[in-house]
Design a protein around this ligand. Structure first.
Ligand code: NAI
Length: 336
């Protein structure tokens, strides 16, 4: 597939068993020699990358100026993100010092959309409670009363790839669909969904699902003011980025029973928690620990993307991006 004679040396940081599995599965097609490092890439670990022409990173690796200087000194020419977002990389400085960056802009919008709907159904039908009860031979239904998704009004904020995939699933449930996005999509209108103002979406939705990126304009979109507009017992689902929610305001709304159900796959301070087994550690994030105490809050640890289909696509696209770069060809997935 490529014409390189010597193998490209790739350091994969923050590598988990599943990363190894999928990279090894597809790497036979590429002229790449992979070293997996379990540690995150940061200023303390960057020297491990010395001698690697390419490094591969994920959402919580920190690539700031100090790291970029060390990568440059060690001979790295390419940073291959195995995710879509790149807010953890100082892109401007990388450009200045001549380190190129590529990413995987799309892998499986359905993976995240299905996870979001899974959170909705679990919260509405209390699967998480029922699972534990039945395990203990408790077959009482008291406290497990749910509600139908059919005919409920669902507000989707952000109608890009994942928002549209979510809309398609929910239209099958017979939901009334309201959307808000500054860039309206014609496809959304063909699904029977209606674009409305964000205020109307907040006022009329029984369920609100967030599918917009974290930007200065969307940071803390769910806050005291927006919560005040919402219906009592509203369900809020966030599979996008933790910073879309002002967590303290959300905690108050949960205590006041304004929020009836909260499903999170992301959390603002997740970098120090998610993707690791901390089951024997003391967690000193009191806000996160308080969230876990509510019976109507369901949290997953940023696993929306985590399906076989998505990981296959991520590994194949990343390896192809790297191979094409060192073959002086464009993948279309370069940041600049
Ligand atoms: P996309 O780029 O296809 O769609 C984002 C949409 O948000 C666009 O239509 C854009 O116009 C819209 N948007 C921008 N500013 C907005 C605003 N102020 N209000 C409302 N909408 C606004 O992105 P995609 O692939 O649909 O991903 C959405 C988000 O999902 C990502 O930004 C990421 O944060 C999150 N994500 C989460 C994953 C997980 O594992 N939980 C995995 C992948 C993505």
């Amino acid at each position: 597939m490529t014409e390189q004679k010597t193998k490209i040396k790739l350091a994969v940081f923050n590598s988990k068993s599943y990363d190894k599995l999928f990279f090894e599965q597809f790497n036979s097609q590429y002229p790449i020699r992979i070293n997996h490092f379990e540690v995150a890439l940061n200023a303390q670990t960057a020297e491990l990358a010395s001698g690697f022409e390419a490094v591969c990173i994920f959402v919580n690796d920190i690539v700031d100026k100090a790291v970029l200087d060390q990568l440059k000194a060690g001979g790295t020419r390419l940073i291959a993100l195995r995710c879509a977002g790149f807010n953890n990389v100082d892109v401007q400085y990388a450009k200045e010092i001549g380190i190129r960056i590529c990413r995987v802009p799309e892998y499986s919008p359905q993976a995240v959309a299905e996870h979001a709907v899974g959170l909705m159904l679990t919260l509405s039908r209390k699967f998480h409670k029922a699972y534990n009860r039945v395990k203990e031979d408790n077959f009482s239904l008291v406290g497990l009363m749910g509600f139908n998704l059919h005919k409920k009004t669902v507000g989707i904020i952000g109608t890009g790839k994942i928002g549209i995939a979510t809309l398609k699933i929910l239209s099958g449930f017979g939901c009334k669909l309201l959307c808000f996005d500054p860039n309206e999509s014609d496809e959304v209108k063909t699904l029977g969904a209606e674009y409305v103002s964000v205020e109307r979406l907040f006022r009329e939705s029984d369920i609100i699902s967030l599918h917009c990126p974290l930007l200065p304009q969307t940071q803390y979109l769910i806050n005291h003011q927006s919560l005040a507009l919402m219906k009592p017992h509203v369900m809020i689902i966030n599979t996008s980025r933790g910073g879309l929610l002002k967590t303290d305001d959300v905690l108050s709304a949960l205590k006041q029973k304004k929020i009836g159900y909260l499903g999170l796959d992301v959390y603002e301070l997740e970098a120090s928690l998610f993707f690791e087994d901390l089951s024997t550690e003391i967690i000193d994030d009191d806000v996160f620990q308080r969230l876990l105490t509510f019976p109507n809050v369901l949290i997953t640890g940023h696993q929306g993307f985590f399906t076989e289909e998505a990981l296959s696509c991520i590994a194949q696209t990343t390896l192809s991006n790297i191979s094409l770069f060192f073959n002086e060809q464009k993948s279309g997935n370069e940041l600049f």
